[in-house]
Ligand binder design. Structure first.
Ligand SMILES: Cc1ncc(COP(=O)(O)O)c(C=O)c1O
Length: 505
């Protein structure tokens, strides 16, 4: 093997084109630790292991110094896009910059070092935080109760539909269908189907939103409920939501609110006041943990009282009266849908979310939503001259464009996304929502300044111009990354999701 260091180039500055594997950095005898001398007699651990449990086919672990390891991983960490490096306009994911004070709170030893199996008597501070966060989220969403248990939005949906099913079953009603708009995130129909429901797709209208007539046409006493995302995945406010909920309720159905886009509503509108009976919230979008990259998730679910008996167990309960003071984990919910996972889930996210909510306060949260909406509309206004806008109206926290106006250049949405990397931006979400052909979905979030928005808009406009003057440069981008373009064309042309209501032009 050639010396990998020959490939490293300027390792001193970290600006190398290729990074060897840590195994390739290995040099015999080099170590990155020092241990104190034994103060007990050595034993041959291998002798003590059961037969067959020792492998002899491993060539050896890398032998590297501390500085080798630190620089290796630090160099690679600089290759990642992150919310700390720049605008990360991944629509639907709310990749906003979050104040570092929330990270700091989550790392406080009392939270970070606690063991989930410690008895409740030793976890009073954490249980109180959970209880407070539940109440804060209930207040923000207009719900009566909240469970923090689901570990993702998708699991929150699953839990919510399980509760809807339990509610109908408890009343002796065997309903078989769930209505889901065609603009919904794929996890919506998946959650309904996993609960044994037939999914009925509801078309959004020419203006991109749901209209009451479409619900009225299919609503019956066989429908357990409707799942509605507001703002929708098109970034549009479902302005008929109140009437739609009334139609569903009139036939005994319940309404599930996909609250993944709650960032646009904070402090302005409460889903519970609009008629939603049960909803999930993505802490890893709205409440100070960035989404994506395989990071931790948390999808608390809020319910109206009518669904409270079915909440997952255990619930955090504050002791009262003769019980004394403090908090317990209460398993005594006979109609509960059961436990959703072990322990508390990604507990650090609860701390971050609580710190975020408390540090901003009601006015600060409202300002977040206002700025998120303003920023998305500003970008839309600047980009509409160069990119086609499928639903031409004011948007909420994100805007959807398409590549239609670039069609004659041969440049596609995928090419624009790749070229943005050369301009230093993580690409927006592309080819989603599925009902928009060639969608480019941009969510700037409230964290961006006017300068930052303008720089991004300038990059998008420059790419549209390049498409006309030098299409090849765009079609073969990125050019300034460690890896050039991978062949993603098949995936881009044919989304693998089967939840594919007809795309519109
Ligand atoms: C509208 C919508 N619903 C549901 C989800 C699912 O959330 P999660 O990824 O946490 O499972 C997402 C995720 O991006 C979403 O955008």
């Amino acid at each position: 093997m050639s010396d990998p260091r020959a490939r490293i180039g300027n390792t001193g500055t970290g600006f190398s084109y290729e990074e060897p594997l840590v195994f390739e950095l290995s040099r015999p005898g080099r170590i990155g630790y020092s241990l104190p001398a034994y103060d007990v007699p050595p034993v041959d651990a291998v002798q003590m292991l059961p037969d067959g449990s020792v492998r002899d086919d491993i060539e050896g672990m890398p032998e590297v110094s501390e500085v080798d390891v630190v620089r290796h991983f630090t160099r690679m960490s600089t290759w990642n896009a992150s919310v700390d490096l720049g605008l990360y306009p991944l629509g639907s994911c709310t990749m906003k910059y979050n104040p570092k004070i929330n990270e700091r709170a989550a790392r406080l030893g009392g939270f970070a070092d606690a063991h989930p199996l410690q008895p409740a008597s030793e976890q009073q501070g954490f249980l109180e935080l959970c209880h407070r966060l539940e109440n804060e989220l209930a207040e923000i969403c207009g719900m009566d109760r909240v469970t923090l248990q689901p570990a993702a939005g998708a699991q929150g949906e699953l839990a919510g539909i399980m509760m809807i099913r339990a509610y109908h079953e408890h009343r002796g009603e065997l309903r078989s269908k769930i209505l889901v708009p065609d603009s919904a995130h794929g996890t919506n129909p998946a959650s309904a189907a996993l609960n044994g429901y037939e999914v009925v797709a509801i078309p959004s209208d020419e203006d991109g939103i749901l209209h009451p007539e479409a619900i009225e046409a299919v609503m019956s006493e066989d429908v357990a409920g409707l799942m509605i995302t507001n703002p929708s995945t098109l970034g549009l406010f479902e302005e008929h939501v109140v009437r739609i909920c009334e139609i569903v309720h009139a036939k005994g159905g319940l309404v599930y609110g996909d609250g993944a886009n709650l960032n646009a509503l904070l402090g302005i509108a409460r889903p519970g006041d609009l008629g939603i009976d049960v909803m999930h919230i993505n802490l890893h979008k709205t409440f100070s943990t960035p989404h994506g990259g395989g990071g931790p998730g948390s999808g608390p679910v809020g319910v109206k009282n009518v669904l409270a008996p079915y909440l997952p167990t255990p619930v955090v309960r504050e002791l009262a009266g003769a019980e004394g003071a403090g908090f317990v984990l209460d398993y005594d919910l006979p109609q509960s849908i059961g436990r959703l996972h072990a322990n508390f889930g990604n507990a650090g996210m609860f701390v971050r979310a609580h710190a975020y909510i408390r540090s901003l306060g009601p006015d600060g949260l409202k300002r977040c939503a206002e700025m998120a909406v303003l920023n998305a509309n500003y970008l839309l206004a600047r980009l509409r001259t160069a990119y086609h806008v499928p639903f031409d109206r004011a948007v909420m926290h994100e805007c959807v464009l398409t590549d239609r106006s670039l069609q004659d250049t041969g440049v596609t949405t995928l090419d624009v996304a790749k070229r943005l990397i050369d301009y230093g931006y993580h690409p927006p979400t592309i080819y989603f929502p599925l009902i928009v052909h060639g969608a480019i979905m941009i969510e700037p979030t409230e964290s961006e300044s006017l300068d930052g928005l303008d720089r991004f808009a300038d990059a998008m406009l420059a790419i549209a111009q390049e498409a006309r003057e030098d299409a090849d440069t765009v079609r073969t981008a990125p050019h300034h990354t460690r890896r050039s373009r991978l062949d993603e064309t098949r995936a881009a042309r044919k989304p693998i999701l089967r939840w594919q209501p007809a795309a519109r032009d």
